[in-house]
Design a protein around this ligand. Structure first.
Ligand code: UD2
Length: 322
């Protein structure tokens, strides 16, 4: 009887030992696979752009090629069936830019997503017919022009404000407001979406803060002193959730109104007011200059891709005033 109990105990001990070892092996292989996965995803998304900064000081992403995984991003946004409103202003001779910008947008901009273009123009009959993909539509909004290009540019704020309040707030999930004298050259997709989105101006990327062309006169509502400022943002790209962009354009429009009453126009019109707004209301996502390059500019090594770029234009010929 004593022998039988001892053997039973030995067997139970051996079985427990083997089961424990097996469990430990299963756990070890699971944990190491996880570790490897975590390591590789870290290496492929975080370490692939050591040449540029991929976050701001307030930890907003700065979007660069090879710093995001589009498959993961599309898996987030595609099931949501989102609509992206997109505005272009084409007043006077700027109507000639519409064909290229719209055709190239159909090739590269938010492909696979619903897009609703809103084209503001004083020349509706000259809006070109562009074949739009599935889920994409275009609305023309007749708008009065001005004999000053500065006025045309800055009045976009109040017109976007009205458009969002009247329509976009109920119909779209995101909005982008883009300069029309531009062209898409490569993919621009859901990686650009965020609550409040700004773009780094190609000509000021990498320059010191003192060289930024912020409004420097304290009399203007757009005033930024020399010791302040994060980046110089381009006025050609504003984006985000409609309610966030509404707050931005409304604030800028009100500050433009105050400036007008005080007979002062900021050095870069609404772009100066936009820079002031972003200083105190930080964008939640910042697009690198890949999203606003300039055809006249060479391509430094950090620019792995040009997605959207200003086309060359003869300012004297195309603008209504010098
Ligand atoms: C810069 C900004 C622009 C705006 C402007 C303010 C960039 C790359 N560009 O561009 O966004 O902030 O400074 O001064 O950041 N427009 C017309 N008809 C006209 C004149 C202008 O439709 O006769 C519209 C058009 O949508 C154009 C926009 O206003 O894209 C801005 O005008 P611009 O491109 O001539 O201004 P620019 O190049 O100085």
């Amino acid at each position: 009887m004593g022998n039988f109990t001892m053997r039973l105990r030995q067997n139970v001990f051996l079985i427990s030992l083997i089961a424990g070892l097996l469990l430990w092996l299963v756990y070890f292989s699971y944990a190491s696979t996880r570790l490897r996965l975590v390591y590789f995803s870290y290496a492929s998304t975080r370490l692939s752009r050591p040449d540029v900064s991929t976050t701001t000081k307030w930890l907003a992403p700065i979007v660069w090629e090879d710093a995001f995984d589009l498959t993961v991003i599309d898996n987030i946004y595609k099931p949501q069936n989102i609509t992206v409103a997109t505005t272009f202003f084409a007043l006077g001779k700027y109507v000639r830019f519409l064909k290229d910008v719209l055709e190239s947008a159909e090739q590269h901009f938010m492909v696979g997503y619903r897009v609703h273009y809103y084209v503001f123009t004083d020349l509706p009959d000259e809006v070109p017919t562009v074949t739009l993909g599935e889920g994409r539509q275009l609305t023309v909004i007749k708008t009065s022009s001005s004999n000053r290009w500065q006025e045309i540019s800055l009045r976009r704020m109040e017109m976007i404000e009205k458009l969002i309040e009247d329509e976009v707030i109920n119909k779209a999930d995101y909005i982008f407001c883009l300069d029309v004298d531009s062209k898409f050259y490569a993919h621009w997709g859901a990686e650009s979406l965020g609550d409040l989105v700004g773009v780094l101006h190609a000509w000021f990327f990498g320059t010191s803060r003192d060289q930024f062309t912020y409004e420097r006169r304290p009399e203007s509502q757009a005033y930024i002193p020399f010791n302040e400022g994060d980046y110089y943002y381009g006025g050609a790209v504003i984006g985000g959730r409609p309610d966030k962009v509404l707050k931005l354009v409304k604030t800028c429009r009100m500050n433009l109104d105050v400036d007008r009453a005080n007979k002062i126009e900021a050095v870069w019109q609404e772009e100066s007011h936009l820079n002031k707004y972003f200083l105190y209301n930080k964008p939640t996502k910042v697009l690198s200059p890949e999203y606003l390059w300039d055809d006249r500019k060479g391509k430094p090594s950090f620019m792995k891709v040009v997605r959207f770029s200003q086309v060359e234009k003869n300012y004297a010929e195309i603008r209504p005033n010098p």
